[in-house]
Design a binder for this molecule. Sequence first.
Ligand SMILES: [Fe+2]
Ligand SMILES: [Fe+2]
Length: 243
Amino acid sequence: MLIQKEMKLADVIHHDHFLIPVINRFGIHLGFGDKTIDELCRENDINTIFFLTILNAYHDHEYFPKKHLQSFPASLLVNYLLKSHQYYLDEKVPEIEKLIVSLPDETDMDNGTLTLLENFFSEYKQELINHIRREEDLVYPYIVEMEKAVSSGVIPDSVFKQMADYSITDYEAEHENVEEKLFDLKNIIIKYLPETKDDRPFFKILKELFALENDLNDHSRIEDLILVPKVEAMERKLKSMKR
Ligand SMILES: [Fe+2]
Ligand SMILES: [Fe+2]
């Protein structure tokens, strides 16, 4: 299903409830009645094409918004991505951490296994934080500066220097490492957990890990499939302006 602006948002959510945190990041809160996407975007001052692009990218993994890529500014996308970083680091990761830390009270699992899980999770967390910091300190500011240069026609030397030092294509490979680590963490529980009287505390953690993985993979796909092509197009444009 392609999500379109004439659709009622409530129908879309009934169809795919994983979109609730996504619409929330745009400032749309529950209780929106029978309003269409278009109506809600206007009311909340949201760029409709951008909103649809993000919803469709989360909803359909094959979706690729080629013809809409140029119709919203990269800075809008960067703002959205920053908000989802905040959601991972301030909400999801601490929630999972809490579940892991409270395991000794909830299970008869041996201490060795619990320590292994705890250590593995904190390594994963560090890797995720490093990736996010790198995006926020390096990649995103570069993109915002580049967009300013394209629209004003004034190209500071710093932008060219950054273009020479760092091509956006290197950036895609980074996502795979973070994803692998989370996959390994899930496997410690799925494949190698020693027998225990009560599996339920581990089900809960797994469920949260799957949900985080799902959201993060969508996030990275948006960075790879929407942000990167936009930046590549800007890089080409700036190179042609220099000539
Ligand atoms: Fe990101
Ligand atoms: Fe990323």
